[in-house]
Design a protein around this ligand. Structure first.
Ligand code: AMP
Length: 217
């Protein structure tokens, strides 16, 4: 399977789709948001600084994120395909990622753009809860994505939590950041002819089937 790089507005479903792809095709899932939230949980000085940035809906600076991604890619099992969920988020990150992939001899990549409107993404963000243990994402406003028991993770049986940045005000800043900093990356990948566009409002089964066809090419 080709490696998958997701480009999407906040709450378009990157995490949920990644989890399904991991289960079916044994991908390595690299979520930069999860990596940052793990650091925040440690309450380290770095974690406190990251928490402030994320709570405000701002982007963490490129130098820090590129360094984080470089370390992660260098430690990967090279026999396994991977999913990048949350990186790159700027053109600078996209260009550096290319250099990292070339130097790690990683060539077979697919960029998946998940297309969703601000209104739909906002609805999703207001219903989103995550498992603090396995990081699985649920949605209380979506029958397909509700936990079996209210507010309890189906797999870990622990209480689900809201993310500190999942509120209307922060969401709007995140969406604006996406439009200004992340959406220009789409043209960059279109020129490289490795971009596909998926309707994030389609059913999860259809989305996975579409991605599978492209990822097997
Ligand atoms: P996510 O879980 O992907 O929604 O990411 C949560 C937050 O982490 C984002 O709103 C950013 O503040 C930060 N973040 C995650 N990935 C990146 C990145 N590649 N560049 C800058 N900030 C990031």
């Amino acid at each position: 399977m080709r490696n998958i790089i997701f480009i999407a507005p906040p709450a378009a479903g990157k995490g949920t789709i990644s989890d399904l792809l991991v289960k079916s095709y044994n991908y390595e899932h690299i979520s930069t948001g999860d990596l940052l939230r793990e650091e925040i949980k440690k309450s380290s000085d770095l974690g406190k600084k990251l928490d402030e940035i994320i709570k405000q809906g701002k982007l963490v600076n490129d130098e820090f994120m590129i360094n984080l991604m470089e370390n992660k890619l260098n430690s990967l099992d090279t026999n396994k395909s991977f999913i990048l969920d949350g990186f790159p988020r700027t053109l600078e990150q996209a260009k550096k990622l290319d250099e990292m992939l070339v130097s790690n001899k990683v060539t077979n990549n697919l960029v998946v753009y998940l297309n969703i409107s601000l209104e739909e993404a906002l609805k999703r963000v207001m219903g989103r809860v995550i498992c603090p243990n396995c990081k699985r994402s649920y949605n209380l406003n979506n029958e397909e994505l509700k936990p079996k028991v209210d507010n309890i993770c189906d797999d870990c049986k622990v209480g689900l939590e809201h993310r500190s940045d999942d509120n209307e005000e922060t969401f709007k800043t995140r969406f604006q950041n996406y439009l200004e900093n992340t959406s220009p990356i789409l043209d960059y990948y279109k020129d490289k002819r490795i971009l596909i566009s998926i309707d994030a409002m389609d059913t999860l089964d259809n989305i996975i089937a579409e991605i599978k066809i492209e990822a097997e090419k």
